[in-house]
Unconditional design. Structure first.
Lengths: 390, 139
């Protein structure tokens, strides 16, 4: 009698479908996956540790480099945590602008996802269409922040500077155009028989498993669990906006695709409302100890100059304590937990990255499926290795 | 038929693209137009005398998250400070713009230039001469 042996193969770390440097060790019985271990750490930069050696100000550029597809959301999560620590109130206008920008960033991230995922699944046209829209979205964000991927625009205490002229018009033009474009993707994919056969019923995750693994974001909602931080624990005035949480039923790859498409449409609604309801007022909180004065003031007013020097040279010193703030980023619940010992540098910064916990469920998802479906599963949870390895 | 129709619809969509203008542009010939706030390569603002507006206060050195700015402070006979040496390490710099935010006299700024290609390694380093030259190029 011949002996049955399982074959162990490496998928990655240099594999085009693993979206970065992820290695998955697969145990195969023929072409069926018996078990698998995702192996991470190829992009580890020690960001949590670097935070401890930097002032609160200087920690901010690091957050851009976690999930590099949604910089604005990362900035927002970090700022919310620091603001909680400082106990300062952000003006309504700044809050609305934050919502607007992070929703635009979510659209950009989802567009990137749909493009690359369709490419993984063999539908190349969507890649070009998706990147076309993503480009115009990044252009809008670029006019505000001055950079495409590392915005660094949301600062604690409000925003870096006022919105540029003509921004609202540009953003409006973009979101007015987008639903038509999403219809185009749907024409190409949703009812397409090849697409449906490739994705339907592939790598499902039940609601119990999803909750058990701590999965958040579109992957969780595709399994039919109604949990969204924007609704459950509203931050930054999300309670003022009217939007729905799209849910899936089967929890397979096809449902995740549908949930993300619907989410983009909801984001368009939110941005539209934010533009319509955008109140007038200041964009920085009234907290002179923590928020640097405007540049024009510095050159005129001696007190402002001294304050500017004090904040820039010494940094801010939050009171002793700890704070956790989380937001719904494009991947799921992104949280920052900061411990302050009263000095200008944080004692500890812990990041709760959504991709990391979502990746944990991959082993469960691909158990018993074919090797080719592993690509679909990894693509469908939308991981960014910058965030997983930190 | 029910299965073919969506495919045909998709084909119709892609076919109509034949008649639209391409949105790509030929990069080295046509440059990417950057917005007013673009955070590109740094430059030094000049004062009326044609020298750098920098007063060597050292705030940018403090604010820089990556410690990429080297500053040596000099003092003129009338007690005014000026930079003897001011250098930005282009390999460490992440173009976050904190130096620009910190500068109380708006001397150091991030410009619109974004192309970094040189034949020599030394040419990348942004010293005083190059920072001032970048200001001239801007106009």
């Amino acid at each position: 009698m011949a002996e049955t042996k399982y074959m162990t193969i490496n998928m990655g770390p240099q594999h085009p479908a693993t979206h970065g440097v992820l290695r998955v060790v697969l145990e195969l019985d023929g072409e069926t996956v018996v078990s698998s271990i995702p192996d991470i750490g190829y992009l580890h930069r020690g960001i949590e540790k670097i935070f401890e050696n930097r002032t609160y100000w200087q920690g901010q550029p690091l957050t851009d480099r976690l999930d590099y597809t949604s910089g604005m959301s990362n900035n927002l999560a970090y700022c919310l945590a620091v603001e909680k620590l400082l106990g300062i109130e952000i003006p309504k206008r700044a809050q609305y602008i934050r919502v607007m920008l992070s929703e635009l960033q979510r659209i950009a991230a989802h567009l990137l996802w749909i493009s690359t995922h369709a490419l993984d699944m063999g539908a190349m046209t969507v890649l070009f269409y998706g990147f076309r829209e993503r480009e115009s979205c990044l252009k809008v964000l670029e006019t505000v922040a001055g950079a495409r991927l590392m915005p660094d625009y949301i600062r604690f205490g409000g925003l870096r500077e006022e919105l540029p002229e003509g921004f609202l018009k540009e953003a409006k033009a973009f979101i007015d155009d987008l639903p038509r474009r999403i219809d185009e993707y749907e024409t190409l994919l949703t009812e397409n028989v090849i697409w449906k056969r490739r994705l339907k019923g592939v790598c499902p995750l039940s609601a119990e498993d999803a909750i058990g693994y701590g999965v958040t974001g579109p992957v969780l909602r595709a399994s039919g669990v109604n949990y969204d931080v924007r609704k459950a624990y509203p931050y930054s005035s999300y309670e003022d906006f009217d939007f729905e949480i799209p849910l899936g039923t089967a929890g397979d790859v096809y449902d995740r695709y549908l949930v993300r498409l619907k989410e983009m449409r909801q984001s368009v609604r939110i941005v539209d409302q934010a533009i319509q309801k955008l109140p007038e007022g200041p964009i920085k909180a009234d907290a002179p100890e923590y928020v640097p004065p405007e540049k024009e003031e510095v050159s005129k007013d001696m007190a402002a100059l001294i304050r500017h020097f004090k904040i820039m040279a010494d940094g801010i010193k939050p009171p002793k304590g700890e704070a956790y703030a989380s937001i719904e980023s494009s991947k799921g619940e992104l949280g920052f937990y900061i411990v302050s010992d009263g000095s200008e540098k944080p004692y500890r910064v812990r990041i709760r990255p959504p991709s990391f916990l979502n990746l944990g469920s991959v082993s469960k998802m691909i158990e018993g499926s074919l090797v080719a479906d592993v690509v679909a599963a990894i693509g469908s949870i939308d991981i960014v290795l910058g965030e997983i390895d930190k | 038929m029910k299965q073919i129709l969506p495919l045909l619809k998709g084909l119709r969509l892609t076919f109509t693209r034949v008649f639209t203008k391409p949105i790509t542009y030929q990069y080295p010939e046509k440059k990417h137009e950057v917005p007013e706030r673009w955070r590109g390569i740094h430059y030094f603002k000049k004062n009326e005398a044609g020298e750098t507006a920098c007063v060597a206060c050292g705030l940018c050195v403090k604010a820089c998250p990556n410690q990429c700015i080297t500053l040596e402070i000099g003092e003129r006979f009338d007690g005014k400070r000026y930079p003897i040496k001011y250098e930005i390490d282009p390999w460490r710099c992440i173009y976050c713009g904190f130096c620009q935010d910190a500068c109380p006299v708006n001397a150091i700024n991030l410009g619109k230039d974004y192309e970094q290609a040189h034949y020599r390694k030394e040419d990348f380093v942004l010293d005083m001469k190059r920072l001032l030259a970048m200001y001239e190029d801007r106009k």
